[in-house]
Design a protein around this ligand. Structure first.
Ligand code: GLU
Length: 472
């Protein structure tokens, strides 16, 4: 057990958007730190220089911000810490826990070929590893050495995984991993550390006590634990969360639907729904399905994390989102609808109107995008379908619609006055509401199902309603 202050981190690589799986481990790391009154760090693992981009960094920051996963430190960029990795590598070389290796790529290929031919597992054979009494060849000229970790040759690496339970791997199974590569130009600038080394130096320097990450890293953990031990650094606890499966049971991936956090923002999901859904996808607190961020922080103590992969379920996410839509503040929804409309080329400054529309429609919408679908009809006419006209606007109601139009040209423009105008029209034409309302819905909104017609019409500018009733 650790007595250190709880510090967790999320360490995305900026080689693409923030993946849902990473967002979920970020959430667990964040909630764990908050639960324990600890701290949460954002580290950008940008050592894959060729694939890292500033746009991706920005998207990670935006996604964290949107989800409300606030961090106490960071973003810390690994590429700004190269000198530190070099210092640690030098210390390890001096201590005999790391060594330089001058193997060329061609030599390594030949080594692997030979191993394959003999039916052995391919691995680095330790030819530059110093050992008592062993005489190493002179470094070949013109070859830039890498630094390798001298992994313990015997024994087991064991840890009690916070998610998977006890895990143990024989050191014989793992070879001497490269921890530092030479600078590509060979001189002057500093070379780049490999993931397993940078992550340990960072987790050590940043005082990380608990590491939650995807279980694709489980095979890296033995090396990391050995490096921590070689450095005399305190070990964090590790929790490896299973991958998220797509609806088809295969790993959730770009090819099989949206996997970036920002795409859900664009599709009109609310961050609190996303957090709730992501949290539940791989963690449970009794039978609770709907819970707030505060409840999650109260409950999330690192236990009850699922050992087996969870399946992404868009219908459930929509259900969770619909719940939060119902309780969302109308003024807030107005701003979100405004953004959705803007993306569709509909600009409006009338946030009051959008808030009233949100109040009227939000109960029947799973997402803000659906809400925007409703609201858009106020700004952009939806031409009625011929079959709707035939079914809902029979010749018998046309005279009533015409006289209603005349009334609407002069009545006060509010729900009560509109209701009264419709009532008078019905009485004058001896019709019932179920005959008039669907006709109005089809003509004004282009659809036959809507919330109550008087409240609905009150949202529209008078002129718009009159125009849409003009051609009857
Ligand atoms: N950069 C690694 C990734 O994005 C971080 C893994 C870790 O959390 O150690 O997968």
């Amino acid at each position: 057990m650790t007595t250190r202050k709880v510090r967790t981190r999320i360490a995305p690589s900026p080689t693409g958007f923030l993946h849902l799986g990473t967002a979920r481990t970020a959430l667990y790391s964040w909630a764990y730190a908050r639960h324990h009154g600890g701290e949460f760090v954002l580290r950008i693992e940008d050592t894959d220089v060729a694939r890292s981009t500033p746009e991706s960094v920005q998207q990670i920051l935006d996604s964290m911000h949107w989800l409300g996963l606030d961090y106490d430190e960071g973003p810390i960029f690994q590429m700004q810490r190269l000198a530190r990795y070099h210092d640690v590598a030098e210390q390890m070389i001096a201590a005999g826990t790391a060594y330089r290796c001058w193997c060329t790529p061609a030599e390594l290929d030949a080594m692997r070929e030979g191993q394959r031919a003999r039916g052995e597992k391919t691995r680095y054979d330790g030819r530059w590893r110093p050992a008592p009494g062993r005489v190493l060849p002179a470094p070949p000229p013109g070859v830039q050495p890498v630094v390798r970790f001298a992994n313990p040759a015997q024994g087991q690496v064991s840890w009690n995984d916070l998610v998977k339970g006890p895990i143990s791997i024989a050191n014989e199974e793992i070879d001497d991993l490269i921890i530092l590569r030479p600078a590509s130009d060979g001189a002057g600038t500093l070379g780049v550390p490999t993931y397993n080394f940078a992550v340990v130096v960072d987790d050590w320097d940043m005082g990380i006590t608990h590491v939650f990450r995807g279980d694709e890293h489980i095979n890296n953990t033995p090396w990391q634990i050995n490096i921590f031990r070689a450095l005399g650094a305190p070990l964090p606890l590790f929790g490896h969360c299973p991958i998220i499966l797509g609806e088809d049971g295969l790993k959730l991936s770009k090819r099989r639907g949206a996997v970036s956090v920002t795409s859900y923002e664009e599709a009109g999901y609310l961050p609190e729904a996303m957090l709730n859904y992501l949290a539940r996808l791989g963690w449970s607190h009794g039978d609770e399905e709907l819970f707030s961020r505060e409840q999650m922080v109260r409950w999330f103590d690192g236990s009850h994390l699922a050992k087996s992969p969870a399946q992404w379920d868009p219908a459930k996410l929509a259900w969770v989102n619909a719940h939060y839509m119902k309780t969302a503040d109308d003024a807030r929804l107005a701003g979100l609808v405004q953004w959705q409309l803007e993306r569709r080329g509909v600009d409006t400054e009338d946030l009051g109107l959008l808030a009233r529309a949100a109040a009227l429609f939000k109960d029947r919408c799973a997402t803000v995008a659906e809400l925007a679908d409703w609201v858009a009809m106020i700004f952009v006419a939806v031409p009625p379908k011929p079959e709707d006209l035939a079914a809902h606007v029979p010749a018998a109601v046309v005279p009533a619609l015409r006289s209603l139009r005349e009334r609407l040209a002069v009545v006060d423009w509010d729900k009560a006055a509109l209701a009264a105008a419709m009532k008078e029209t019905l009485a004058a034409h001896q019709l019932k509401m179920p005959q008039l309302a669907p006709a109005l819905r089809v003509l004004v909104c282009g659809r036959s199902q809507t919330p109550s017609i008087d409240a609905l019409l009150a949202l529209f500018p008078r002129q718009t309603v009159l125009e849409r009733l003009q051609h009857i």
